[in-house]
Design a protein around this ligand. Structure first.
Ligand SMILES: [Mn+2]
Length: 239
C-alpha cells in the first residue's frame, strides 16, 4: 500500500504557489500512489458547497481529475468543516470522520481534538460543529458567509496571539489516551503547524504534518514505512 497524507494547505487563491504545487502534486502522485488522505484545513475557509468562487471551482477540477486515478479521502479541519456530500459527489472524494483508521494500527485525525488545553477553542468548536449553527450559517447568502469567515479568522488571529504556544499544541496525555483507545501504533495529524516525526516509544510513533507555508509537507507511507517530507513551493512539484 502506497499512501500520501497532507494537511493544512490553507488554500485561498488558485494562482498562489500553494495551489499550483497542490495541483501538480496531485497530478504527479495520482499515478504513483493508491490513496491520498487530506487531513483537514485544505482551504483557509470553506463557506459551503455552493461556493461559486474561483478557488472552489479550481479545487473541484483538481480533485475530480485526481479521483479518476486514485482514491482521495477528505477529513474536516477547523477551517473547512462545511465540506459536505455535494462536494464529495461532485469531486469523487470520500469524506472521512475526524479519527479515522485506514488500518487497525494507523490512526488519522486533524489534530485540533488533541489540543485539550485550549478550552476556549474546544467550546467554540462544539458550537460551530453543531447542527443548529451550521443550518443557520448555510441559510445565509455567500456574501454574508464570506464576511463572517473573514471576521472569524481575524478574531482567532487576535486571540491566538495572546495564548501561550503550549496551549495551542497537542496535549501529550490526550495523545497517549487517544492512541490507546484506538490501539494505534502510528498517529498522523496536522493542525498545530509543528511538523515532526515523534518516536514516542518502540511501539508508537506520531507524525505531525506541516502547514504549507515556507515549504510544502507530506507524509508518504510505503507498506510499513512512514516518511515525512518537505519540498519547495517555489518550483514545480517533483522537479
Ligand atoms: Mn487546523
Amino acid at each position: 500500500m502506497h499512501r500520501l497524507f497532507i494537511s493544512d494547505l490553507h488554500l485561498d487563491d488558485p494562482s498562489s504557489p500553494q495551489f499550483l504545487r497542490f495541483d501538480e502534486c496531485l497530478a504527479v502522485e495520482a499515478s504513483v500512489v493508491d490513496e491520498i488522505y487530506i487531513l483537514g484545513d485544505l482551504v483557509e475557509m470553506w463557506i459551503g458547497d455552493d461556493d461559486d468562487g474561483p478557488l472552489a471551482s479550481a479545487l473541484m477540477d483538481s480533485l475530480t481529475r485526481t479521483t479518476a486515478q486514485c482514491s482521495v479521502f477528505l477529513m474536516h479541519g477547523n477551517r473547512d468543516f462545511l465540506f459536505k456530500e455535494p462536494f464529495a459527489e461532485r469531486t469523487g472524494v470520500r469524506l472521512i470522520e475526524d479519527m479515522y483508521q485506514p488500518d487497525a494500527d494507523l490512526l488519522l485525525c486533524h489534530g485540533d481534538l488533541l489540543c485539550t488545553d485550549d478550552t476556549e477553542y474546544q467550546t467554540l468548536r462544539k458550537q460551530l460543529r453543531g447542527d443548529q449553527w451550521q443550518h443557520e450559517f448555510l441559510a445565509q447568502s455567500l456574501a454574508e458567509r464570506r464576511a463572517f469567515g473573514a471576521d472569524l479568522r481575524r478574531r482567532s488571529q487576535q486571540e491566538n496571539a495572546n495564548k501561550a504556544e503550549s496551549i495551542m499544541d497537542a496535549n501529550s496525555t490526550a495523545i497517549a489516551r487517544t492512541m490507546s483507545e484506538y490501539s494505534a501504533q502510528t498517529l498522523i495529524h496536522g493542525h498545530t503547524h509543528r511538523p515532526e516525526l515523534d518516536n514516542i516509544s518502540e511501539q508508537r510513533q506520531r507524525i505531525v504534518l506541516g502547514a504549507w507555508e515556507r515549504c510544502g509537507w507530506l507524509c508518504r507511507q510505503q507498506t510499513t514505512q512512514f516518511e515525512l517530507q518537505c519540498f519547495s513551493l517555489a518550483r514545480h512539484y517533483g522537479t
